[in-house]
Design a protein around this ligand. Structure first.
Ligand code: COA
Length: 172
């Protein structure tokens, strides 16, 4: 399937609790595929992704991409909080997880999910989106930069692995 065909046929909808098992499996596969070149980094595992997919929390959202009814990717987000005070940062949304089925990488599905999330977040009245990504994840960084995200210069060690993560932000 070409990239044009995939994006033409792609549907993006809100995710629900019923999707969680499928999303956890998909996230685990994509994470393992991303980490293949980095033998010393342990993938975060299915339980790690289950914890992140907290659909019972009212401000958390997930947008799910399907091709012929099959889930091929998803993106999640929630309001940004100050990690020290736990207070919400007004007008800012945090993109938490972006995952595409490795069988479909390079077909602009990730890009379509980010564009959808930008529109969705704008409709919530937010003015800025921010996210962290692994320093070694050049594919994700190209994608975010292509959508206008800029590096803020902040970087820190990841919670889930021993890699460094870098911070991106986009004014919307
Ligand atoms: C990152 C990820 C979501 C990208 O999904 P995707 O559907 O392949 O994304 P797209 O097809 O929209 O392409 C993204 C960019 O990757 C680039 N790319 C394609 N093949 C590449 C390769 N082999 N190496 C590096 N970059 C590549 C493309 O150039 C594209 O940008 P451009 O077309 O604007 O130039 C997907 O690879 C994934 O699920 N990875 C594992 C999970 C992950 O890393 N998530 C991001 C965490 S923040």
């Amino acid at each position: 399937m070409t990239a044009e065909k995939a994006t033409e046929q792609l549907q993006i909808r809100e995710g629900t609790e019923k999707d969680v098992d499928e999303l956890v499996d998909l996230a685990n596969r994509a994470d393992e595929a991303r980490l293949e070149p980095f033998a010393d980094v342990a993938p975060r595992g299915k339980e790690g992704f289950r914890k992140v997919l907290k659909l019972s929390e009212s401000d958390f959202w997930v947008r799910v991409a399907t091709l012929d009814g099959k889930i091929v990717g998803f993106i999640t987000g929630e309001p940004t909080i100050n990690l020290d005070t736990k207070e919400r940062i007004e007008g800012v949304e945090h993109l938490k997880t972006l995952i595409v089925d490795p069988e479909f990488w390079g077909k602009k599905i990730g890009g379509s999910l980010v564009s959808d999330a930008i529109e969705f977040t704008k409709k919530k009245g937010r003015k800025q989106i921010e996210l962290w990504t692994h320093e070694t994840n050049l594919r994700a960084q190209r994608l975010y930069e292509g959508k206008g995200f800029k590096l803020t210069g902040e970087r820190k060690k990841a919670d889930n692995t021993n890699e460094l993560i870098v911070h991106y932000s986009l004014n919307i």
